[in-house]
Design a protein around this ligand. Structure first.
Ligand code: A2P
Length: 331
């Protein structure tokens, strides 16, 4: 079965990657519509050897026969246009944070909670990039050993802030002033991603905490997080410290992760092998290594988790959700 697909924000960093991933994964497209702002309207983009003209997004954009719309044009546009699309019978898969914590909207990582797509009412949310890569390895371990507490510490790439983040790093390395971040990102580490909340956490930290609970469907989990922007272009790295209810052998953790869909274990310290941001760039999988017992607590483990934030953290996961919609005959 082939479907009609719209890409909203087709010229953006994630939007362009949607097109690459759709092409690579042979997504069954009948008609493709590309939408962006007035600035890009009229430009052409090549997809599978054919040129497509970018249309300006407006209230009539979804009057056409569209089955699925992949949105990545920012939260404000998602808030405004996803309900319009939904009203016209389109199923929206939204990469922004606009709808993620809405209780009527599924928040889906296909390796973790694929069945949740069946509960959609016209909108499905794609989680935050840092959350996605963490829950892929955590789900299988949670099923087996039951997670009690998680401590997330992240080292996040500037591409998570879009083109402006990349520009701040590249210009900063040349000695020019930062425009986007409140401090230089070149040669620095900023413990500040998204805005600060009243509780002293950043919004990015609260996204990781709240979204993990929703995706794993376990609101009793104890989770804390510190999220940090580092001078890396692509791929987020994360230290994930987990305490389980049950006892385990480190060997079992290796076995489970080696057999978890979407996870690649890279862990051979003797040969200096562990997941690296540069190696994960352009890949769709989540790389896990430095797996070792946390001997400071009962039943604890440490892991180093790396994935391409634009791919698995955004475009790949969104396209995988669209694949589930087709697979389950929901469009
Ligand atoms: P455009 O390139 O025409 O500005 P990024 O997250 O990489 O900054 O990309 C944002 C995406 O959202 C781009 O495709 C951008 O299109 C699109 N966008 C931004 N503002 C609007 C708007 N007012 N209407 C439609 N698309 C928009």
């Amino acid at each position: 079965k082939k479907v009609n697909v719209a890409v909203v924000g087709a010229t953006g960093m994630v939007g362009r990657t949607f097109l690459k991933v759709l092409e690579e994964r042979d997504f069954p497209i009948e008609n493709l519509y590309l939408m962006a702002s007035k600035r890009s309207a009229g430009n052409t983009v090549n997809f599978r050897g054919k040129d497509y003209i970018i249309e300006e997004l407006n209230e009539n954009s979804f009057d056409k026969d569209i089955d699925i719309a992949l949105f990545s044009a920012g939260g404000d546009l998602s808030k405004k246009y996803a309900p319009i699309a939904k009203e016209k019978g389109v199923v929206v898969v939204d990469n922004s944070s606009a709808w993620r914590m809405d209780k009527d909207i599924p928040l889906v990582v296909p390796e973790v909670n694929p069945e949740d797509v069946k509960k959609h009412n016209g909108i499905i949310a794609n989680p935050n990039c840092s959350t996605i890569q963490a829950v892929v390895p955590l789900k299988a371990l949670h099923d087996k050993f039951k997670i009690k507490r998680i401590v997330y510490s992240t080292y996040q790439a500037v591409s998570g802030s879009g083109v402006k983040g990349i520009t701040d790093l590249e210009e900063g390395l040349k000695g020019n002033e930062n425009k986007l971040y409140p401090h230089p990102i070149a040669y620095n580490a900023l413990p500040h991603i998204d805005v600060f909340m009243d509780n002293g956490y950043t919004k990015e930290e609260m996204k990781m905490i709240d979204e993990t609970k929703k995706i794993l469907n376990d609101y009793d989990l104890k989770i804390t997080a510190t999220t940090v922007r580092v001078p890396v272009l692509y791929s987020h790295s994360e230290s994930v410290n987990v305490e389980f209810e049950k006892e385990f052998e480190v060997e079992e953790v290796f076995n489970i992760l080696e057999n978890t869909e979407g996870v690649v274990v890279v862990d051979n310290p003797k040969e200096n092998k562990y997941p690296l941001a540069l190696d994960a760039e352009g890949k769709n999988e989540v790389f896990v290594g430095r797996i070792r017992r946390d001997f400071s607590v009962d039943n604890g483990i440490n892991m180093w988790v790396v994935a391409d934030n634009i791919r698995k953290g955004a475009a790949t996961n969104t396209v995988q959700i669209a694949e589930l919609l087709v697979k389950y005959n929901l469009v």
